[in-house]
Design a binder for this molecule. Sequence first.
Ligand code: NAD
Length: 299
Amino acid sequence: MEIKKIAVIGLGTLGAQIAVQAAAYGYPVRGYDRDPEIFRKTVEKVKGMMAALRKGPTVPREEWEKAVEKVTVAESLAEAVKGVDLVIEAVPEVLELKRKVFAEIDASAPREALIATNSSSIPVSRIEDATRRPEKCFNIHFYQPAVNFILCDIMGGTKTRPEFFDPVRKFIRSLDLIPLTVRKEILGFCFNSIWRAVKKQALYMWGNGFVDLKDIDRAWMSFTGMPQGPFAMMDMVGLDVVYDIEMSYYNDSKDPKDMPPAALREKIDRKELGIKTGKGFYTYPGPEWAKPNFLKGED
Ligand code: NAD
């Protein structure tokens, strides 16, 4: 099996970036979102993110811009998935919604097509039985390729056929991304579960007033040499998306330690969602973490 044509369902922050990444590497891509305007709006937000982070995609910027024009936004999900080899679902992190969308994809996509969820926390084993092809279902978890986060977690469900892993890995490598294969199901997959441990502790320390979030970011940046700390990264992901992901872990464990802090919910209620609304943990453009003396502890 070879992946030659793809469809992306949900063209928000991640779906739009996945669609453009695939188009930039020569794949015919069709996308569908229930909001027909969102693809263009998201592309503009992603450009803002590239500027704020001073990071670009894996291809030269002009090629990325040309790839935006190559993505076809379909009028229906059925039209988007017609004749493709792989469908990637990138709708919000809500299990029942993902199951509904997987069932719709299954009803319209070619029988041979693989179906993947870009979920950040839900194993595909909880979605696969919404389809009649569990042997072709995957988690393919992209990070944000437009701002050069080039990792990609890959995990199968309970019935995923082993021979489909190679074409998926080949597809991911062909996008200049690094495939990270999970051998045994785990919440959060490969690197995303490491990032989740850092994020959970950072939120706990900030949400309970132990330290100023800027000191956590400084420490992380200094220790790892990364250009942003966990709070700046969460601004990039979107605080609403972070909240849904944390709730998904909480709903799984019912452990109060997994509950995201109330202060995060309050930020979301005030529409402080991160870079996409101009304010999250920092304000944009010109966030404090990007200032020259930030690491020296000068706020
Ligand atoms: P988002 O809210 O930016 O985009 C979701 C899109 O799905 C919206 O445009 C919405 O209109 C659309 N949608 C909702 N219901 C739909 C339906 N029934 N049919 C078609 N479209 C529908 O969210 P996002 O940040 O792109 O996250 C999407 C998925 O990717 C989530 O599972 C999230 O956990 C995962 N993810 C996000 C990030 C990140 O950094 N934001 C990183 C990796 C993975």
